[in-house]
Design a protein around this ligand. Structure first.
Ligand code: BG6
Length: 484
């Protein structure tokens, strides 16, 4: 199967923070792959903009190094790399001053899509937005892309929205949550809304509970300064996990259209109940197995920042009445494994005497690694000896479905950047959505800050703190095992 490449218009994409980590790891290698796939039409260009005093050539060398490091060797083609580098330019810019802005304006072309990627600290969003409009670099058709963290609470998110709104309309602002660019996450919508099978069962009457796990093996490492002010709740739950929850819980939108989808997600966020302290478990990884522990990465030796969090969340509406959503995410856990598991209820009446083999149906959506879905169903154990039941997976692995082309599936950033160029905001967060997410998150964080709660220490390489097990045990349920 050959993946379809949908043509886009000719564009100039300016990356503020072009020499930064995200640009190096994700944005530039992703754009190279899109170039190879034929999605950088005509003379589309990428313009790096950062403080460093570099020439076009100097920046191209950085881009070359980023491709060498972050694009799989098999995908590195020298001729293609040279072609791609020919599209790269650089402007040295002072985000808070005047330097470089006139040069950037001179470089921009009329009649092409203009996109500006703010891969910089949020404190610079206002300065950059203001200069883009003051210097006449951005027009009413330009798009800006902003990265997380989008604020650290409701007040700061509102302030950021207000600063951007001074210079851009909501239809021009693309707030990235890279989880929405993941193949399986979008597949979740396809499975729900393009099949008749699941939707009739997609409610409290048939679903017992939902588990959402985003487990990472990496630690905080070099990001201590950022992470210590953030923690797992702000870094992962307010955005990525909230988006996953929304896609599972939302009502079918009337169309796969930006506002229709985002309206439905917003309703879910607004329906989230406040979370009592008994339904929250926070953890911080300790030392062991060659790991020095979270605290060595923090500037504060007594840091109470959580590197793990588990929550029991309730969506207060008709569809989900009484169905808990158990969320957990953490760093330095046993395996890198992210999945959503939807556990269905028991059939209302058991006709088989030997019920010992019975297990609930579970729909498992694997985000990473091994993207795909498993539907766990009951069958008869083969062979004579009566009617014994066993559970088997109906496996829908995307790698198998896509065969050799699986490697060609664009990664989250590639896909989202191309959506920006196409002007499709469906997979981006709207301002009111981000604010609603913070409005739910703030009291949870304020609660533990006011109580002075300390996270429970957990062993690196484990499944997280002991107390997290209790969160489910006391409801007569169990977490699924964290494994690749
Ligand atoms: C980022 C967080 O948004 O997502 C990181 O800031 C986290 O802390 C990362 O590691 C996880 O992304 P992925 O795509 O590797 O699951």
């Amino acid at each position: 199967m050959v993946s379809r490449v949908i043509p886009v218009d000719v564009f100039d994409l300016v990356i503020f923070g072009g020499t930064g980590d995200l640009a190096r790891r994700k944005i530039l290698p992703g754009l190279y792959r899109r170039f190879v796939a034929g999605q950088m039409p005509g003379d589309s260009r990428i313009i790096g903009a950062a403080r460093a005093d570099l020439t076009d050539e100097g920046f191209r060398e950085q881009v070359r190094a980023a491709i060498a490091e972050f694009v799989p060797k098999a995908r590195q083609d020298q001729a293609a790399i040279e072609g791609f580098l020919g599209r790269i330019h650089y402007v040295s810019i002072d985000a808070t001053g005047t330097g470089g802005w006139a040069a950037l304006k001179a470089l921009m072309r009329e009649n092409v899509v203009r996109a500006f990627y703010f891969s910089v600290a949020p404190s610079l969003f206002g300065d950059i937005a203001q200069r883009l409009s003051e210097y006449g670099i951005a027009d009413a058709w330009s798009r800006i892309v902003v990265e997380k963290p989008f604020g650290r609470d409701l007040a700061s998110a509102k302030a950021l929205n207000a600063v951007l709104a001074k210079h851009f309309n909501e239809t021009q602002i693309y707030r990235i949550d890279h989880y929405l660019g993941k193949e399986t996450v979008q597949n979740l919508m396809a499975v729900r809304f393009a099949n008749i099978l699941f939707e009739p069962l997609w409610k409290a009457e048939y679903i017992d509970h939902v588990q959402i796990t985003v487990a990472e093996t990496v630690g905080v490492d070099g990001r201590g300064a950022y992470y210590d002010k953030s923690g797992a709740m702000r870094d992962m739950v307010q955005n990525h996990m909230m988006q996953l929850l929304c896609l599972i819980a939302m009502e079918p939108p009337y169309h796969f259209d930006p506002d229709a989808v985002r309206d439905e997600k917003l309703k879910v966020i607004r329906a989230l109940k406040p979370v009592p302290k008994e339904d929250i478990v926070r953890g911080q990884y300790g030392a062991g197995k060659g790991e020095k522990g979270y605290l060595v990465h923090s500037e504060n030796p007594a840091s109470k920042t959580e590197s793990y969090i588990a929550l029991k969340v309730q969506v207060s509406n008709w569809r989900w009445q009484g169905v808990p959503f158990y969320l957990r995410t953490g760093k330095r856990l046993r395996a890198r494994a992210s999945e959503i598991a939807i556990t269905f209820r028991q059939p209302p009446h058991a006709i088989f005497d030997d019920a010992t083999g019975w297990h609930a149906n579970v729909l498992v959506i694997r985000l990473q690694p091994n993207e795909g879905m498993d539907l766990m169903v009951m069958i008869k154990e083969p062979g004579p000896g009566g009617m014994r039941l066993m559970q088997v997976p109906l496996d829908m692995s995307f790698a198998d479905a896509l065969g050799a082309e699986a490697d060609d599936v664009p990664d989250a950033y590639e896909r989202l950047i191309m959506d920006v160029i196409r002007g499709n905001q469906t997979l981006f967060m709207r301002g009111d959505e981000v604010e609603a997410a913070w409005a739910w998150t703030d009291p949870i964080i304020q609660g533990w800050e006011a109580r002075g709660d300390r996270p429970q220490t957990y062993d690196p390489g484990s499944s997280g703190p002991e107390d997290a097990l209790m969160l489910m045990h006391r409801d007569g349920r169990r977490w699924r095992e964290i494994r690749e």
